[in-house]
Design a protein around this ligand. Sequence first.
Ligand SMILES: [Mg+2]
Length: 262
Amino acid sequence: MPRLRFPQHPPVRSRRAGVHRQLKAGRTLGGSTQQAQQSPVWLFDLDNTLHDTSHKIFREINLGMTAAVMESLELDEAAASELRTRYWRRYGATLLGLVRHHNVDPHAFLQRSHAFDVAPLVKAERGLREKLNRLPGRKVLFTNAPLHYARAVLKHLGILRCFDQLWGIEQMQFHGRFRPKPSVALMRYILAHEGIHPRRAVLVEDTVENLRSARKAGLRTVHVFHPGSPFGRGKSGRPNFVDLRVNCVGDLLLQKRPLQSA
Ligand SMILES: [Mg+2]
């Protein structure tokens, strides 16, 4: 199995002790402690990480979400669109606002908002299954999307069996509330549930805020830069809570310089 090494990369200033020190050039993702010498556990985001959502699917999701809000609350399109956006900004997910303020059935809403055929819309990098299979360590899907949609995308890409476990937004409920990404409590909850030591876990994501929370929970972080993602920062600069920056999943297998400029 290939050993994943961090690239020879210019050092980033002012890094604190701990994970950053273990991620200096040439060290494996496993780090130096006995715990971390085991294979990493990869937590993969779905949209704009494993496939290109901005290609066509985001449009379908936006249309579906607005339609679901219209039907759930009997609003016209403009009002539904405004409310959807407002709750998304306030809570990080429209669903949370609808459940909290309108007692909407979350499962019905998620089904309605993602009720489209993904097959003609999915676009991903070539050889994704082979790349994932070559990557040593367990893989867990960790998405704020509903499970039926996540499964459909993974199945269409032929990578469903690459994942040992799937976490969708339906499962991100504890203490009586939905707590999707970027909840730090959620990340701790999932690690505890899966029996994963934080030092072994690596979150692979396009959304910078989720990576920030992952670091707070003790995970290591890989930012998948996607030019179409509305949730990544500009191409310049790598935040100090991002350990590695890549352009695609295949870059995780590279031995040299998969990072963008920091
Ligand atoms: Mg994403």
